[in-house]
Design a protein around this ligand. Sequence first.
Ligand code: SF4
Length: 326
Amino acid sequence: MIDILIVSYANQFLMKTDWLGLPFNPISAHYKKLFGRKVYKVPVAVVETCPNREGLRGMETCLFCDVWGSAARSEAFDLPLHAQIEKYKTHIQNKFKAQDFLVYFQAYTNTFTKLQSLRTHFDIALSFDGIRGLVVGTRPDCLSKAVLELWNEYHQKSFVAVELGVQSFFDDQLIYMKRGHDRLQSFKAIEQISKKTAVDLGIHLMFGWPGETDQQMIETARICNDLPITNIKLHHVHVLKDTGLEHLYAQGKFTPIEKDQYAQRLQIFLEHLSPRIYIHRLAAHASRKNELIAPAWTGHKMGTHQFLIDWLNQHQAFQGKQFLSV
Ligand code: SF4
């Protein structure tokens, strides 16, 4: 028991120093270790659809997804890739005096395109000064052997990270959100990527689905602990304009999670999550003005973020607290 307490105390101390005083292991710490200093993501959009939107295998648009593919659409979206990078890199450079960047292929499904297009996009991105790597967003059922080989090829000359939209490890939730893949496909994709490539792998998860339980938070954390991933991006389910969820919400068939309840779920998840896994963000944020329908508490990005940090601190909660004590 004393040994456990000493380890736990030592880990808390480590967290306070390595985690910039946050109650979770921030992705910025990961990038700092990899690159020696802060790197900034330059979001770009190069594809305009995904298997769901194309109705492949009878699939439908994900219930929560807006017309921009759940990405931060910018006015530069319609520009050629090099112009998008130039515009946003310059903006970030001026705003933060940034010097190092990752080009983030975010919107829609970035492997739902021709291999040659992917290659061209990667080459354009890496041709800019200060670009330290590529981040590619995709989904578990949209990977081919050729895509994995391409990632590996580019990983030889640059950092390559993949963000996989897993969203949930519970099939009833995946069916509800019309995701079009099941949990086994997520496990298979994660295994394939980790065995066949050297890319930095992260997953996206969403909390706040109907019928979700605290126990599912614990199970999700335990599943993540055993996966070969380095990072997780967390979202709560929010209702955006022109989505399937908006219709359900309008009919009174979907109730968004309350602020305190989400904070509690987040706390349970983080406490059971291994401290080795980096966290991108604690909650979702609607990137376009007037797009958020509900819940209202999530309207202010920094306010929500600070509320969740305060909640964790007030409850003396931190990532790995329960993981360390078992
Ligand atoms: S969330 Fe991704 S996979 Fe689902 S409809 Fe939107 S872009 Fe397509």
